[in-house]
Design a protein around this ligand. Structure first.
Ligand code: PRP
Ligand code: ZN
Length: 300
């Protein structure tokens, strides 16, 4: 199982908004990589997995054309590619395996403050600058509006100032790009986050096994990032109430405390973040000596 053909190839963003968290996720799944000189290709040293570092917009295409088996990219580029469907077969040649819970952003319609807006019909006969023509046209079609979609490969936010368009549809994450360009967000066209996609082409059993393994590890990593291990002391009579307050926890472990009869130690894994408010409620219910710890790994 270590010929080049049997190694899983994953397309990931080379440098940008998603790169750091993508690499972190793969590392937390146990992948150790060696970068090649040209830094376009990363060789997995401890698993039969290699990474291809590319522009995020190219990821769905590379998976669709079977150059890579898997891809990690935003739903924005995945849905754009699915809609503009320039695939030979006429069908989308990849499918989504799971969303990965990071890289949240949205594709939104925006315009200069002075632009009149009373809903999608305000777009009639206007020009919209975007790097997402297919998603933007789809929105126009759904709303039965005719408008010109003007393609920009980047710097979409300056199109209104250049007189190239009245509106833009662009990705918004913090919103600071819009503010800096005195643009107002009007409507969301698509909510996006990062997803893992797989080619529809049949893969060898060996490759498919590694995909299943990777998915299971991702599942674990994602659960862990939210999960906390909590330890506290509580009156024996308050255990039921305290279990109820603990966020997303299953049956806790109850342990006796040496020399104390009416109090016990409660240990539990919480599947959600534990906030100060929760600790305060626990204290009010009689808990003391509370300790919240991060969870390193988890396997169901
Ligand atoms: C997007 C978008 C804006 C910016 C918005 O670009 O085109 O420029 O992010 O982010 P903000 O709301 O936090 O200011 P992206 O990072 O996706 O770069 P890319 O188009 O090169 O992929
Ligand atoms: Zn991009």
């Amino acid at each position: 199982m270590d010929t080049a053909a049997d190694r899983l190839k994953i397309a990931v963003q080379k440098s940008g908004r998603l790169t750091e968290q993508t690499m972190q996720l793969l590392e937390r799944c146990g992948l150790k990589i060696r970068k090649s000189k040209d830094q376009l290709f990363c060789y997995g040293e401890n698993m039969p997995i290699d990474l291809l570092l590319v522009r995020d917009d190219d990821i769905p295409g590379l998976v669709g054309e079977d150059v890579c088996d898997l891809g990690i990219a935003g739903l924005n580029v995945i849905e754009e590619k699915r809609l503009n469907g320039t695939f030979e077969s006429g069908q989308t040649p990849f499918h989504e395996l799971r969303q990965l819970g990071f890289g949240e952003c949205r594709l939104s319609l925006a315009a200069p403050e002075a632009q009149e807006w009373s809903g999608p019909q305000s777009l009639e006969g206007r020009r919209i600058a975007t790097s997402y023509p297919a998603l933007t046209r789809d929105y126009l079609d759904r709303n039965g509006v005719n408008a010109d979609v003007v393609y920009f490969s980047g710097a979409v936010e300056i199109a209104p100032r250049l007189g190239k368009a009245e509106f833009i549809s662009d990705l918004v994450s913090t919103g600071s790009t819009l503010v800096a360009n005195q643009l107002v967000e009007l409507e969301t066209l698509l909510d996006s986050q990062v997803a893992l996609i797989q080619t529809n082409a049949p893969l060898s059993d060996a490759k498919q096994e590694w995909i299943d393994r990777l998915l299971q590890r991702m599942e674990g990593v994602m659960q862990v990032s939210e999960s906390k291990y909590i330890m506290l002391h509580a009156p024996r009579t308050a255990v039921a109430e305290i279990t109820r307050i603990l966020p997303g926890s299953e049956a806790p472990t109850i342990l006796p405390l040496e020399g104390i009869d009416d109090r016990v130690a409660v240990h539990a894994v919480c599947r959600e973040n534990v906030f100060w408010e929760t600790l305060e409620s626990l204290k009010a219910a009689g808990a003391s000596s509370m300790l919240v710890l991060p969870v390193e790994k988890m396997l169901a």
